[in-house]
Design a protein around this ligand. Structure first.
Ligand SMILES: *[C@@H]1O[C@H](CO)[C@@H](O)[C@H](O)[C@H]1NC(C)=O
Length: 369
């Protein structure tokens, strides 16, 4: 009787395994690509992931690919960037050999202290969330510690600004050893333009790579044209005629929505990649977006933060209307697609409380073709 029961349990368990595992099998690793462009809030959103205790985060590894190449051009390097991501997702850091100096250290990795995982156990012994301490204590020789630490997390999240299409990622999406989710972060091109003007010198190198080393007069607008076209290209791939392996693996998010509703948007993104919102992360997000205002992060689900919203909409007062007009023309189609309403006059532009955000409707282009 007992033996029969045991066998039946095993059988039922076996049969049920597809639906609900009787014994929990080891969790499958999830790989997240936070795909964005410069000055679009991706550092903040990257931190939202980096702060999560289940996440191994890396910031912009393709920086190494671009800066290492001679006369680098974005189009030419995209497969090298793709292969770099592919290896890093498997926690194989040997791919970096080609791009790092000899005898690399953890600190050879671009913006390494942005990765909370590289500043905490098991990669490093410190437990405080403190960059100074991380710089002092966590810079090990070699990349083996980083590799080993990477393997111990359930999620590997990589933020990347140096990809302009999804097609090169198709092999990763089809790789049965990966479980890739793509979060595509976009921002109002007018706000991006304003932010780019503040950091023009710092962006010079990347701009030249984006433009394929072509000499042009209006660099800012030519680069913005490329970026806006990439938004259209990517959303067409994702929404117009997506390959089946992209199903459920792509999510479009606007920076403005994140700023207005940070906890809710972060929770949605966590859901999308199978992470739970924790109190500590919730409080971190709340502190970063709400300043010293009273209240707790749980109140923050539905409140619009005027502080953060105003910063994100500062282009309205800072940019002359001539520039706004020009960028609206250059990015016309992308703005329409992403729900950024245009302004038609200087007067309208300076109206502070004007809401220029339409609800995000990524399937818009389907109905128009
Ligand atoms: C980080 O650690 C340093 C050195 O231990 C300390 O002086 C500093 O106050 C800490 N910073 C924060 C924000 O806790």
């Amino acid at each position: 009787q007992k033996r029969w029961f045991g066998a039946a349990v095993v059988l039922v368990c076996h049969w049920f395994l597809q639906l609900s595992p009787c014994s929990s099998p080891p969790q499958r690793k999830v790989h997240v690509l936070l795909l964005s462009s410069w000055r679009s809030g991706s550092s903040f959103l990257g931190q939202v992931f980096s702060q999560h205790p289940s996440v191994f985060y890396l910031m912009e590894p393709a920086w190494h690919v671009w800066t290492r190449a001679e006369r680098p051009r974005a189009r030419l390097l995209r497969m090298a960037v793709r292969d770099c991501l592919w290896s890093l997702y498997q926690c194989d850091f040997s791919v970096m050999d080609a791009y790092l100096p000899e005898n690399p250290r953890v600190s050879s990795l671009f913006m390494w202290t942005e990765s909370q995982a590289l500043c905490s156990p098991p990669a490093c012994s410190i437990t405080a969330n403190n960059e100074t301490q991380c710089l002092q204590k966590c810079d090990a020789a070699g990349l083996q510690t980083a590799e080993k630490a990477c393997s111990s997390y359930s999620h590997v999240v990589i933020k990347e600004t140096r990809l302009f299409e999804l097609e090169s990622l198709f092999p990763l999406l089809q790789d049965p050893t990966l479980d890739l989710r793509i979060i595509h972060l976009v921002r109002d091109p007018r706000a991006v333009l304003r932010s780019r003007e503040e950091s023009a010198a710092y962006l010079e190198f990347d701009d030249a790579v984006v433009l394929g080393q072509k000499k042009v007069d209006q660099v800012q607008y030519e680069v913005m044209k490329e970026i806006c076209q990439s938004h259209i290209r990517i959303s067409e791939t994702a929404f117009l005629n997506p390959p089946s392996f992209l199903g459920g693996r792509y999510k479009l998010v606007r920076y403005e929505d994140v700023v207005r509703n940070p906890i809710k948007e972060a929770s949605d993104l966590y859901d999308f990649v199978g992470l739970e919102m924790t109190e500590k992360v919730g409080e971190w997000i709340y502190r970063k977006t709400r300043g010293r205002r009273k209240g707790t992060w749980k109140d923050a689900f539905q409140i619009i933060s005027r502080d953060a919203t105003q910063v994100s909409e500062a282009w309205g007062t800072m940019l002359p209307h001539s520039k706004v007009s020009l960028i609206q023309e250059v990015c016309k189609e992308a703005m329409w697609l992403l729900g950024y309403r245009k302004v038609d006059s200087e007067k309208q532009q300076k109206t502070l409380d004007l809401d220029l955000l339409d609800p995000l409707d990524p399937h818009k282009n389907q109905r128009n073709t």
